[in-house]
Design a protein around this ligand. Structure first.
Ligand code: KMH
Ligand code: ZN
Length: 271
């Protein structure tokens, strides 16, 4: 089994300092949280950015500032900006992060309810447009799927040439509107991707660490971080993304799996 790649989703677009005061907004705070996650064992930083007041933005200049700060503090880290942004953003706003030629970026492969009245819209034409741009710029997509049908869409677009093989998936499990975070559904997702594909599993909220264990024991990879969960354990807020990564590292070591360095992660994913 390959070593475990840990992705830290340090910020997200939805969670705020009212939920957990350690959620980063400023360039300095984003740099600090990336560094704590990286030092704890994360090799990929999944990145959303905010204005200083916490408003989510996909502004290219803001991404450039945050990426420069993360590279300064975590020189080896793989930086994976979001093209999902926040619910309601236009495609033109969302795709800006890719202009910076990151090694990877997310490619959300379908539309779903996103809690309450929110709908996270990714039409087939949007996915094709984003996928084509990533191919042109040499950016590896992290194929983000919130439900099994999104895997089928990604596979179809892979056949049509909009997404290259081998694909790297992220199964996001437990969003209100997406697939549940259960071992049965995890197995269904894992068994639905090509044999040459790699995958990460992201459990939302209290499912973060149970799903991390599924990723660890199945030969997949794991995402943790404030974007998906703000608690270290029941009722205990995590003081940093570093604490969440440390917990994933502890679980992996207990289960006998070593942690990949960024260089090893690049080899495993094919960057
Ligand atoms: N904030 C969500 C609506 C991504 O990063 O590509 C979408 C999201 C996915 O976080
Ligand atoms: Zn995200």
């Amino acid at each position: 089994m390959d070593k475990l790649i840990i992705t830290a989703a340090i910020c997200g677009a939805e969670v705020t300092k009212a939920h957990n005061p350690a959620v980063p907004y400023t360039v300095d705070e984003i740099g600090r949280e990336a560094r704590l996650a990286y030092e704890a064992g994360a090799s990929i930083i999944h990145l959303h950015v905010r204005t200083d007041d916490g408003t989510p933005t996909q502004c290219e200049a803001r991404f450039a500032e945050c990426i420069a700060e993360i590279k300064r503090l975590c020189p080896e880290a793989i930086i994976q900006p979001s093209t999902g942004g926040a619910v309601g953003m236009s495609n033109a706003e969302r795709i800006q992060s890719v202009n910076l030629h990151p090694e990877m970026a997310t490619l959300d492969c379908g539309t779903c309810n996103f809690g309450g009245d929110d709908i996270f819209v990714n039409t087939e034409n949007t996915i094709k447009e984003f996928g084509k741009k990533m191919l042109e710029l040499g950016v590896k997509p992290e194929v983000e799927v919130f439900d099994k049908g999104m895997i089928d869409t990604a596979l179809r677009l892979n056949k049509q040439g909009f997404i290259a093989s081998p694909m790297h998936f992220n199964f996001v499990m437990g969003v209100n509107g997406g697939i549940a975070a259960t071992p049965r559904d995890f197995t269904f997702m894992r068994d639905s991707i090509p044999t040459d594909a790699t995958f990460t599993v992201t459990g939302i909220g209290r499912a973060q660490f149970p799903m991390a264990v599924m990723g660890i024991i199945s030969g997949g990879h794991v995402r943790v971080g404030f974007e998906d969960n703000i608690y270290l354990s029941k009722g205990v807020l995590a003081k940093s993304n570093g604490e969440l990564v440390e917990k994933a590292v502890r679980l992996s070591h207990e289960l006998g799996r070593e942690i990949a360095s960024p260089a090893e992660a690049r080899r495993i994913i094919g960057l």
